[in-house]
Design a protein around this ligand. Structure first.
Ligand SMILES: Nc1ncnc2c1ncn2[C@@H]1O[C@H](COP(=O)(O)OP(=O)(O)OP(=O)(O)O)[C@@H](O)[C@H]1O
Ligand SMILES: [Mg+2]
Length: 300
């Protein structure tokens, strides 16, 4: 069942900027990765989900509530971590946590304490003196202390050091295991790979690809590259396999369904193959193609 729906969402900022007819859904317990180059429209889409921005056209819904007209209903279910955290400078971390707890009517501190320990948060000092990473950790703890069922994360690990990034991935994996629904906007492939069930790629305001992580990780099929010493051996192999392509002059890449792997190795026995290599899928390589811009500099 879809708990989060984005339908024909359009917000035109002019000059080709904005988001245009964006559609997707996230089912309960699913983790959706939201990837795309800088300026693609990730934060704009997310801001609509949080009710901060009114759609030009289309609508956004969470748990059946319209995010634009009923943001206060939506907030009951959602923990949101913005891309840029803005915290009040004139408070200590402890005062801020206390204020947010009162606002959200949080009475039980157990989950809050768990998060403070997990992220090793020192909340005692004034926020003015906190480093970027410390502020980020404080924002993480405050965003999730109510243990919300839906997490909306806009580049959650930016500004965190590698150890904390790892911790955050652990946190997301654990939240997923606990049945949370997550929208994760990110540029970090390792966190996407570790957590997401599906990935949507947005470019210049439009969704350009929707992929299933299992397909990407070759969980259903494998690719092998076979090397040959001469063209006639290669030609013989070409006639044996269905799903193949020549990737270098004497290298053939063959795609094999998981359940046909043993047949594939039997077929290999009759061929004159000199090298065999499993080509493991590289998420980063795949996505970089979407990131590369075709734009050239136009004189002003
Ligand atoms: N309030 C606004 N007014 C005008 N243009 C805007 C506004 N907000 C965003 N834009 C433009 O809309 C486009 C999408 O911006 P958005 O912040 O959603 O990108 P993003 O995918 O989150 O990028 P990044 O990875 O850099 O965070 C950009 O071209 C941006 O300049
Ligand atoms: Mg953004």
């Amino acid at each position: 069942m879809a708990v989060l729906k984005v339908e024909h969402l359009t917000k035109d900022f002019g000059h080709g900027r904005g988001i245009f007819d964006v559609n997707f859904e996230i089912n309960k317990g699913e983790v959706l990765g939201f990837l795309g180059p800088n300026g693609a429209g990730k934060s704009t889409t997310i801001r609509h989900l949080m009710g901060f921005t009114k759609p030009g056209q289309g609508k956004v819904e969470i748990n059946g509530f319209d995010c634009t007209n009923k943001p206060q209903e939506v907030m009951k279910y959602v923990g949101y971590l913005p891309g840029e955290v803005a915290l009040p400078d004139d408070m200590t971390g402890a005062q801020f946590i206390k204020m947010m707890k009162a606002m959200r009517h949080i009475k039980d501190d157990r989950y809050l304490n768990h998060l403070i320990e997990l992220f090793d948060l020192d909340y005692r000092g004034s926020m003015k003196k906190m480093s970027l990473g410390e502020k980020r950790k404080l924002a993480v703890v405050v965003a999730f202390m109510a243990d919300p069922a839906i997490l909306i994360l806009d580049e959650p690990t930016s500004g965190l050091d590698p150890v904390m990034q790892e911790k955050f991935i652990e946190f997301m994996v654990e939240e997923k295991r606990r049945g949370k629904t997550i929208l994760l906007s990110s540029h970090i492939f390792s966190e996407v790979e570790a957590t997401c069930d599906r990935i949507n790629i947005i470019k210049e305001g439009s969704i350009v690809a929707e992929v299933d992580s299992a397909d990407l990780k070759n969980e259903k099929q494998k690719n092998f590259q076979l090397g040959f010493t001469n063209p006639s051996n290669l030609a013989q192999a070409m006639s044996v396999f269905d799903n193949k392509k020549i990737v270098q002059p004497l290298v053939l890449e063959v795609t094999v369904a998981k359940e046909r792997i043993s047949d594939f190795f039997k077929q290999l026995a009759d061929l004159k193959v000199v090298a065999i290599n499993e080509r493991r899928f590289n998420l980063e390589k795949y996505f970089l193609d979407f990131y590369r811009s075709d734009k050239v500099f136009e004189e002003i």
